[in-house]
Structures are given as C-alpha cells and as structure tokens.
Design a protein around this ligand. Structure first.
Ligand code: APR
Length: 246
C-alpha cells in the first residue's frame, strides 16, 4: 500500500465524499457490513415513508436510539483529518465535504463546508409536506421513545429530517454537491459501499470532469473500478497519513 500523502496542493479544488465507514472507528455501526444496522433492523420498517406511515412510534424509537448513540461517541482521527484538509485549503483552494452520514461527527470535528445529502439525525420537521415547507426543519436532540412527537403548528406527526429510501434528496443540497464535484480536481471517497443512489454515481461526475478519483475504504466496494487510486484500510489510520494539514 502506498501511504505517501496525496500530494494535494493548496490551490486544489477537492471534494470529499464520506459514508458510514468514516464513523465506524468512533463506534457507530455501518449499514451493510456484517453486524451492520440493516442486518439488525428491517430497512422497510424504519427507513421508508411507508414504514413511518405504518408505525411512526417504532421509527422514532429507532432514531432516538441512534441520537443517543451518536451523542455518546466522539469524532475520530479520520473526521479530524478531513477538517484539517479544509483548513489547509483555506481561502486559496476550494473544499466541499459531501456526507451521507447523519451523525453530526464531521461538524463536531470542525468541518464547516458540509453538504449533508441524507439529512441530519439531529434535525426534525413536520411530516406533512405543506406544513413542512413553511416550518422548515429545526435542531432537535430530544429522544422520543414513548411515541412519535406532534407538530406544534398542525398537530400532525413530526419526523426526523433524514432522507429515507424511496425519497428524493433535497434539490438544493443535491445540486450544490453535483456542482462542486463537476468543478473538482480531486474526488476522495471514504468509507462508503457505493451501493446507494444517486450518491454512488457522484464519482462518475468527477471522472467526466477528468478529476483524480481516490478511494479510502476498508474493503473494495462495488464501484471500486471507478477509482484511479485505492487505499484499503481503516480511515482513522489512513486519512491522517494521506491528507495534508494534520
Ligand atoms: N474505515 C474505512 N472504511 C470502512 C471502515 C473503516 N474503519 N469500516 C467499514 N468501512 C467501509 C465498508 O467496507 C463499507 O464499504 O465503509 C463502507 C460502509 O458502507 P455502508 O454500510 O453501505 O454505508 P454507506 O455507504 O454510508 O451507506 C449509504 O445507505 O442505508 C443508507 O442512508 C444510509 O447513508 C446511508 C447510505
């Protein structure tokens, strides 16, 4: 394995895409690895609009558990290395962090330019589309283990501000991510299985632009052939060695 730093210049334009793997060493289970969340929970029950309609209390118990867990762990060296890269690029370079993670660990590690394409575990919004449009979403750390909370405005159900299977990404966040990738010199994907669309296809936008595509992942994912440089291993160990600024 080549562990020389990636040779990122301070004028570079870099997009980092992260998935659950970067939080694994903080103690948060990934989704598709053995022992992952989707082995222990039925995706269709806890992460789809249909599952929420059928049993909102179950969905809120699931996300309350995840809020509790995410609050009880700390960002790891991988999160800190990504935040340090953003500081290294500063005003001269361009940096965007696109994350599928909802755990808030990047924010706690000091990353600022973040596009959370799958939403946030610590934000809540009204489940009613019309009411939700008006109210937006808000920060919410509370746990709802006894039942789904109700909207203060319309009395309907509240839901976590997370993008579930079968739902569209927020168009503003999605187009900002695509624009940043279409304009980058280096696309670095970390800790993602490349199994969930549309994010799995972001590497192709980088390839079309002629950017370097680099992967840091524990195991080779399905879309490994899209990457010109592959570093297999734990992100908390590899990123501090590969990235400048730490
Ligand atoms: N360091 C680097 N990579 C790791 C580590 C680690 N310590 N541990 C696991 N990985 C890798 C695994 O090899 C796997 O390829 O991280 C990847 C995690 O994949 P998934 O569990 O599928 O997570 P992710 O790609 O983020 O899932 C995408 O799916 O369920 C939805 O909305 C959810 O955002 C999530 C999306």
């Amino acid at each position: 394995m080549d562990l020389r730093p990636l040779g990122i210049h301070p004028d570079s334009s870099v997009v980092v895409l992260t998935g659950a793997g970067i939080s694994a060493e903080s103690g948060i289970a990934t989704f598709r690895d053995s022992g992952g969340l989707w082995e222990q929970h039925d995706v269709s029950q806890v992460a789809t609009p249909e599952g929420f309609a059928a049993n909102p209390d179950l969905v809120w118990r699931f996300y309350s558990q995840r809020r509790l867990q995410a609050r009880s762990v700390e960002p790891n060296a991988g999160h800190f290395a990504v935040a340090a890269l953003e500081r290294f690029l500063g005003e001269r370079g361009r940096f965007t962090l696109v994350t599928q993670n909802v755990d808030g660990l990047h924010q706690r590690a000091g990353s600022r330019r973040i596009l959370p394409v799958h939403g946030s575990l610590f934000r809540t919004r009204c489940a009613d589309i019309e009411c939700g449009k008006g109210l937006g979403s808000w920060e919410d750390e509370s746990l709802h283990v006894d039942g789904a909370p109700r909207c203060p405005e319309c009395g309907g159900l509240l839901r976590p501000d997370i993008v579930w299977f079968g739902e569209y990404l927020d168009p503003a966040v999605e187009s900002a991510a695509r624009e940043a990738i279409a304009d980058c010199d280096l696309f670095l994907a970390v800790g993602t299985s490349g199994a969930v669309w549309p994010v799995a296809g972001y590497v192709d936008i980088a390839l079309a632009r002629g950017a370097r595509t680099v992967l840091v992942n524990l195991e080779a994912p399905a879309n490994v052939s899209r990457f010109s440089e592959v570093h297999l291993g734990k992100s908390a160990e590899l990123l501090p060695l590969l990235l400048p600024g730490t």
